[in-house]
Ligand binder design. Sequence first.
Ligand code: ATP
Length: 222
Amino acid sequence: MIRFQQVSKAYRGGRQALQKVDFHLGKGEMAFLTGHSGAGKSTLLKLIAAVERPSDGRIFFNDHDITRIDSHQIPFLRRHIGMIFQDHRLLMDRTVFDNVALPLQIAQSPAGDVKRRVSAALDKVGLLDKAQCLPIQLSGGEQQRVGIARAVVNKPLVVLADEPTGNLDADLSQQMMGLFAEFNRVGVSVLMATHDTSLLSRHSYRRLELHQGSLREVTYGA
Ligand SMILES: Nc1ncnc2c1ncn2[C@@H]1O[C@H](COP(=O)(O)OP(=O)(O)OP(=O)(O)O)[C@@H](O)[C@H]1O
């Protein structure tokens, strides 16, 4: 589903964020992406969604080479990706409902479908009663859950999550992990960047670890 071949990324004027990264995440596979602050986790996720471009190497998504994807093709790529950002990226002047509906509206889904799917996604993250609130009226953890609902509302092939449990307490983190596991059970690939050691110790998913831009696979029990 996602394949990196010798992928490097250097930001303009910045230091090397990723160095010769190789990995393959199969269809329906779930993995944690770990590493110290600044190790390159967000950069790796952004390269998959074509938010950033690699400096070197090749990236494949669903067998398509997206290394130098044309900008007009990016919306088609993103239709298959649910991205959960560290900073939520919600539209603060739109209701929770409208924020979650956004990917469906971009895909021009019929209004009846939008209502049904947004309600189902909000129900899953426990926020159905906040549908008409503005994000500012929600806590940080609730905003994060709106971001999760928005990422999964149009049934993507892949969920890319950047610290999705960062603002959640232990119980809610477990609940959200249960939700990701549920998506994964129905065939969605999930790649989740996290620092949350309690999640890592409780769940034995594959673990990819970045250290100063280089990737290694951590074997269970290591
Ligand atoms: N837009 C940018 N311009 C220049 N340098 C950047 C940019 N984004 C990230 N970097 C640099 O690239 C490196 C990797 O950053 P990245 O955000 O991918 O790390 P991270 O592992 O996600 O960190 P954190 O856990 O703190 O979010 C860092 O040295 C960072 O300063």
